[in-house]
Design a binder for this molecule. Structure first.
Ligand code: AGP
Length: 633
């Protein structure tokens, strides 16, 4: 949530910063802004509410050089930029970052929440500072300006100011009195420094919330740690802790190619990402599940890591899966699968709840933190808490360079590829596939299931990508359903067993991109409350799969039909003729073994949400109020 960029080098800073911000748009789109020091050393600020495009539209022509701003004119330039997901104060121009102090000498961009902003604001107002915005961030820039009145060393000013802050922050700061220095600081919000060189051999530095905003320019990165500050100048990067003690910078060379953000002809990223899922599952299985007779290889990095992890797996007494939103729902599928196959207790926790109680966790637990971004604040806090309590932590993430991947004991990349759409789709299937592999590996190692059962599951899992393709080839019925039910006010999703989390995920997808009220329930829970809502206006979408709960689900659908609800079936097995009248619409999808069925049943629900949102004319890829990476709690 919120993305920040800072630049020091010889290129025109604004086009480069705007281009980097484009890669951070997934972090928020409530407003965007840039600040830079011009040739006369004056602080220039441009900001606009709404998407980045609005900022681009107000920039003077001279700052609108398209591309990466690769104009090196000899002089050194400095600037900062921001993309906002509003926390404190409405999404308007005034609250947009960068914020400047009352004397317009210092500009700052911030990702995070300053918890003691109100006290700081009152204190500074008493000392004569005039605040313009409602943000927590403005307190920091006013504080910097206040402290700089009596302290010529700006590094000391930054250290003093940080000492007074409570909360989470990633900051970039520039000051007209110190035009050759860019300051960056991190506490509980990600920040990476790219160390590069322009075409003329001048050093350049790009500081951003995510490496994706940097890798077009350099793949040499310094990942700042919590409590670290960087003072960046043409001479290099000086890193220190909050006491001012120097810390040796570690420059890592990452192999990531510049990430192309391209819709590849699809109307939206979400649709493209839905269609990528057959290959995502293939990728996720590749090198890990070679054939039904070979053991599963989980981590895919080094044999030593695999061996250490396998030893760990032998001793664990319980698994605790922690995540938020879609990652939580994927974890729930994992619970059903692993518990059944391995007969080991598996609990699933919403990260935001886990971190604020005193959870029972010990060194016999394997904690699995699930996160597409690897940066979600609550999940990261849960990871740290679990390690403090002695548990080993495995992170399942789509970002191997994320903070979670760096802090976990073990990392299993889910290999979904860059996911741009705020609504997670392919990362869900990738996470579920990874949990299936983990469950199968555990069952193998602990000899918890019959080898024939494991072989059958492995064999079926290898066939899943082709079956997803079959679902993706039959979208006309889903498009017709979207037109038919698109004006519903409420939609219920029901399922049972391993597909219960799929119902929750279907509802989450629909509400986040179409803003239709939707809930996912176990079919058995319907009669304990939600059935009271049903009438002839409410579509009830049920997930029916061949297996132990098929008949139970049919009964639940009939209960809904008896209340005149409009029943829709997504079924992987033919529905007997005499029962077909229960449903207004039936979509048949390919059959597979029941424990693996979420990888198929999820796809039509993602598509239905997509087509409904599209039918309603919603902003599918960037739904209101949301951000892709939730780095505030
Ligand atoms: C999914 O569609 C949502 N946008 C959201 O629930 C997301 O899954 C959640 O914020 C967790 O993110 P993470 O996987 O990056 O931790």
């Amino acid at each position: 949530m919120c993305g920040i960029v800072g630049y020091l080098g010889h290129k025109s800073p604004v086009p480069l910063i705007v281009d980097s911000l484009r890669h951070l748009e997934y972090r928020g789109y409530d407003s965007a802004g840039v600040a830079y020091l011009d040739n006369e050393n004056l602080l220039q600020v441009y900001k606009a509410s709404g998407k980045l495009m609005n900022l681009e539209n107000i920039l003077p022509a001279s700052l609108q050089i398209r591309g990466n701003g690769n104009v090196s004119n000899g002089a050194q330039h400095i600037g900062i930029g921001h993309i906002r997901w509003a926390t404190h104060g409405a999404a308007n121009d005034v609250n947009a970052h960068p914020h400047t102090g009352s004397r317009n000498e210092i500009a700052l961009v911030h990702n995070g929440i300053i918890e003691n902003f109100y006290e700081l604001r009152q204190e500074l107002q008493c000392k004569g500072h005039t605040f313009l915005s409602e943000t927590d961030t403005e307190s920091v820039v006013q504080l910097l300006e206040h402290l700089s009145q009596d302290e010529p060393d700006f590094c000391k000013v930054v250290l003093k100011a940080l000492d007074k802050l409570q909360g989470a922050y990633a900051l970039n700061v520039i000051s007209k009195k110190h035009p050759n220095k860019l300051y960056a600081a991190r506490n509980q919000a990600p920040l990476v420094i790219g160390v590069g060189q322009d075409a003329n051999g001048h050093p350049e530095y790009i500081v951003a919330s995510d490496a994706v905003a940097i890798v077009q320019h350099t793949n040499r990165l310094i990942y700042l740690k919590d409590g670290e500050i960087a003072e960046i100048s043409e001479q290099g990067v000086r890193i220190m802790n909050l006491k001012g003690d120097l810390v040796e910078p570690v420059i890592e060379t990452i192999s990531t190619d510049p990430l192309t953000i391209d819709k590849k002809g699809y109307k939206h990223f979400m649709l493209k990402e839905i269609y990528e899922q057959p290959d995502v599952v293939r990728n996720s299985l590749s090198g890990r599940l070679q054939s039904v007779h070979q053991p599963i290889w989980l981590l895919g990095n080094t044999p030593q890591a695999e061996e250490t992890f396998n030893r760990e797996l032998q001793d664990i007494g319980r698994i605790v899966i922690i995540g938020c939103g879609t990652s939580y729902n994927a974890g729930m599928v994992g619970k059903y699968f692993i518990e059944e196959l391995v007969q080991i207790p598996v609990e699933v926790e919403a990260a935001g709840e886990f971190r604020y109680r005193n959870p029972f966790i010990n060194n016999k637990d394997l904690v699995i933190t699930m996160s597409q971004s690897g940066e979600t604040a609550d999940t990261l806090a849960a990871l740290r808490l679990s390690r403090q309590k002695g548990a080993k932590v495995l992170t399942l993430t789509n970002r191997e360079d994320s903070t979670m991947a760096r802090e976990a004991d073990f990392v299993m990349p889910v290999r979904a590829g860059v996911e741009v759409s705020v609504a997670a789709t392919k990362s869900f299937t990738a996470q579920v596939t990874a949990l299936y592999l983990l469950g199968l590996a555990l069952a193998e190692k602990r000899k918890a299931s019959h080898p024939e059962q494991l072989e059958a599951l492995k064999s079926d899992l290898l066939k899943i990508p082709a079956r997803i393709e079959t679902v993706l080839h039959n979208t006309e019925p889903l498009q017709a359903m979207a037109r038919k039910y698109g004006h519903a006010r409420d939609v219920l999703f029901i399922a049972r067993g391993v597909n219960f989390p799929v119902a929750m995920e279907g509802a989450l997808k629909l509400k986040e991109i179409s803003y239709i009220h939707a809930e996912g329930y176990s079919g058995s829970e319907l009669k304990h409350g939600p059935i009271a809502m049903l009438d002839s206006n409410i579509p009830v979408i049920s997930v029916l799969t061949k297996g132990p709960v098929f008949e139970k689900m049919i009964s639940n659908c009939q209960e809904a039909k008896a209340r005149e609800a409009r029943c829709i079936a997504i079924s992987n097995t033919p529905i007997p003729k005499e029962l077909q009248t229960t449903f207004e619409d039936i979509l048949e999808i390919p059959e597979c073994m029941e424990p693996l069925s979420p990888l198929l049943t999820t796809i039509p629900l993602q598509l239905l949400a997509y087509y409904m949102a599209e039918f309603l004319g919603k902003d599918v890829d960037q739904p209101r109020n949301l951000a892709k990476s939730v780095t505030v709690e």
